[in-house]
Design a protein around this ligand. Sequence first.
Ligand SMILES: [Zn+2]
Length: 315
Amino acid sequence: MQEISVVITMDCEPSTATSHPKATGPLDWAMGERAVTGYAAIAREYGFPCTFFVHPETITAQADMFKAMERDGHCVGLHMHPWKYAYSRYQGAKYRCHFGDLTELDATTLLTEAATLFHEAMGRHPRWFRPGTFSANDSSFRVLTALGFRGGSISAPERMYRATRSVWSGCEPDPHRANATFRQLAGDLEFGNMPLSADFEQVLTAPNGRRMPADFRPDTDWKGQFGVTYRSIAQNIVAQVKARAPAVPVLNAISHNMFEFRDAADPFTQRYREMLDELCGACARAGLKPVGTTLADIAERALKVRPPEEEFAYI
Ligand SMILES: [Zn+2]
């Protein structure tokens, strides 16, 4: 393994004016635009394109910006928190839940609606997907594949947020073909999944009781809240990927369109740069060349990976 892919992602939420005052998201579209363009400009300084997962209201309101992002080599897919969509579309009466709560039929109906809105904005069907909070159930990959999605970033390994139906204990840590019936396993669906990169050194517990490993996001003050630094996070993740030596080695970072990434003095911007510096530094110390790419590329490569042969457990 001489090279390691780097995928810098952002979930682009609807403005809180269209969803809910307590929701994650920018206060208004102008703030969302500053976040997206600032995030992409900084990633480019490091030679990395971005992958944006965009909520239906957001792609409708900011289609020109995301078309420009695509022309610049960034990747644009669909993002979905059913309950946020419910507020803007159905006054909260329908789909007032998380993605992992949806039945196969409701997920199909909801994503068909959302894909139509995406198509109206972008002039094409969405091919890539990420659910809000990585919320999913065992029918999610099947539904996405049937609707023509080629891939996504659906899982956050070892995350355990029961409240949002985001439970990924024991799942595949590296890009893989998804499984039709058991979300934690690799399978043979025509869907390439790129898990969020996670530092498996320890599973942290947030004050609200939710459990997750540290990751690359600049959103969280890892040092202040959990006493872990971007240096240790980056070093651990790179060492763990190197040790696993997967078919598609990747470092996958995440953030959201609600931070002032055009303001160099903003603490989120400073953490973002620190993360990118540490990510590149950890690769260099491990003798790996970080190569920026997008989810589209990772998903297509994951689709070529054969599922691992597994011995049947006679238990
Ligand atoms: Zn989200």
